[in-house]
Design a binder for this molecule. Sequence first.
Ligand code: AMP
Ligand code: ZN
Ligand code: FE
Ligand code: FE
Length: 287
Amino acid sequence: MTEPVYCDLHMHSTHSDGTDAPRRLVEIAAEQGLGIIAVTDHDTTTAVEEAQAAGRELGVRVLSGVEISVEHHGRTVHLLGYCFDSGAGRLESALAALLEGRNKRNRLIIKKLNDLGVPVTYEEVEREAGGKVVGRPHFAAALLKSGAVQSLQEAFDQYLATGGRAFVDRLAFSLKDAVGMVREAGGVAVLAHPKQVRLGPDENLETLVKNLAETGLGGIECYYNNHTPEETATFLKYAEKYGLTATGGSDYHGANKPDISLGTGRGDLRVPIACAEELARRAGLAC
Ligand code: AMP
Ligand code: ZN
Ligand code: FE
Ligand code: FE
């Protein structure tokens, strides 16, 4: 058998908004001949154990992973965390606090909506979430179904978006805090899909990357399903310049994003396995 040459360090399971169970992700990775993967569910690490167990069975190395939604200038930025096995407990309690803050926020949104005379119940919203973590898109779906709005966008514009009539802020970590959290757990923090980072006024991406590198960021996601070769080259240059590990992944979500395949993204993604090896080395894990 030839040695695997590719990896995929960004994918979602049924523990967040993907449609494949953790074990299934590992099976697909094995079918694709990937040597190393990481399952990076949104704000939860609960899939990691199952994925790692399947990985041991199927001969795929599975690094611990998570994708944390953090706040940056009032906008959401995604931070990946990897290889935090030694301090997973600490990371999990921080993520539990996030979830609690979200649930508290959700109850307040219902109260505001009801006070405005919109008769939507939390049960209706939960039904939209189908057992998953409840977010504003589920409120929007429930509002649409109840006839309170004509479209999902109207639900946001009228009620749910920042400044909307039923908007409630929720507990969120700053980029810097979340980088610290991942590091305290023994992991490596990586800026996810940098092209999607919504920058604040007077901010540019390179400066942000430089500043984050100075406060403990360990990597930048250079290979991604929608990066052009030029964009990948630019991010690889940042990685080199600021001493960061270049990482990459498909952001596979199963049937929820059917045009994106595990490993190959939109067809042409190839993430060198050296990315994953360097990530593990940076975390102090043996390769
Ligand atoms: P939550 O994490 O529950 O606050 O929900 C955040 C999600 O709501 C985002 O991932 C978007 O999908 C959606 N969202 C947030 N703001 C808007 C907006 N102004 N218009 C449409 N969708 C939005
Ligand atoms: Zn997702
Ligand atoms: Fe993301
Ligand atoms: Fe993702």
